[in-house]
Design a protein around this ligand. Structure first.
Ligand SMILES: [Zn+2]
Length: 182
């Protein structure tokens, strides 16, 4: 019986994200979409996310979908970014360390939507929307129709779609490459 789970992002992604300053939604989304495209080149899911300080633009963590390489269905980009941000900040609740935004290349699935309130982020930014993700066959799960309002009610601002055309292009690149759909 296994007693340990290890999840990692590629070293090259960490190096790109480590000194990144992205002070506005478009610059953050452009970075995240680039990471998602790199992940398609690695034959992984076409999704990426990052956690950024809203006041300084500094990138705290980067995540990409690692479901296939890790063999873990939970290893979505948003989960990777949130877990790494919490490890980096040394707190479970990021609001204790400042105002942070989770920027993700696509609207969170039901799992990631569910994880956001406990992370302590102050805002969510997304690129492609649910319809874009489902159009290439991915299952977004049972998100409530009023998911945006549910986050807003918890004082988490929601912005998106941002750079939707560019975000959708990565999804289509993945579909064209014949990547696994799950
Ligand atoms: Zn997810």
């Amino acid at each position: 019986m296994k007693a340990k789970v290890v999840l990692t992002i590629p070293d090259s992604l960490r190096e790109q994200a480590e000194h990144l300053i992205a002070p506005n939604p478009e610059s953050r989304m452009r970075a995240v979409i680039g990471w998602a495209s790199d992940n398609v080149d690695r034959r992984e899911g076409p999704f990426a996310a990052g956690v950024f300080n809203l006041d300084t633009g500094a990138c705290l963590s980067a995540g990409v979908n690692r479901v296939l390489s890790s063999g873990c269905s939970v290893a979505h980009a948003e989960m990777m970014a949130l877990m790494l941000a919490q490890q980096q900040a040394g707190v479970v609740d990021l609001s204790q360390k400042g105002r942070f935004v989770l920027t993700t290349s696509a609207q969170p699935c039901s799992q990631c939507f569910g994880a956001i309130p406990w992370s302590g982020v102050a805002a969510l930014e997304f690129g492609a929307d649910r319809g874009d993700v489902e159009a290439i066959g991915f299952d977004e799960g049972p998100c409530p129709d009023d998911w945006r309002e549910r986050l807003e009610q918890r004082n988490i601002r929601v912005h998106g779609p941002i750079l939707q055309t560019e975000a959708v292009a990565v999804l289509q690149e993945y579909a064209r490459s014949g990547g696994d759909i799950y």
